[in-house]
Design a protein. Sequence first.
Length: 116
Amino acid sequence: QVQLLESGGGLVQAGGSLRLSCTASGRTFSISHMGWFRQAPGKEREFVAAINWSGGSTSYADSVKGRFTISRDNTKNTVYLQMNSLKPEDTAVYYCNAALAPGAYWGQGTQVTVSS
């Protein structure tokens, strides 16, 4: 199994920045990708960004391209999501995800609230 511990959420004004962190423990050697998803009230969970754990290639949802950056520190088993130019529509609970072969694991979620 893999355990994921997220941190870094909070309240920020529109145009501000936040950095989320997610540290994995357990079977981290089996991780192929890590990523972030978010779920706003009344909406389904949606993909935000992902990073290949070994090669470092990244992908982003169109809604966050150019504003969010995902990165990793393999030595710390940690993935980061730097969020800049935040908008009120970015308000959601953000979940860390670790994809293994096979299986996937989720963090408990961290609230991000962007005020207008």
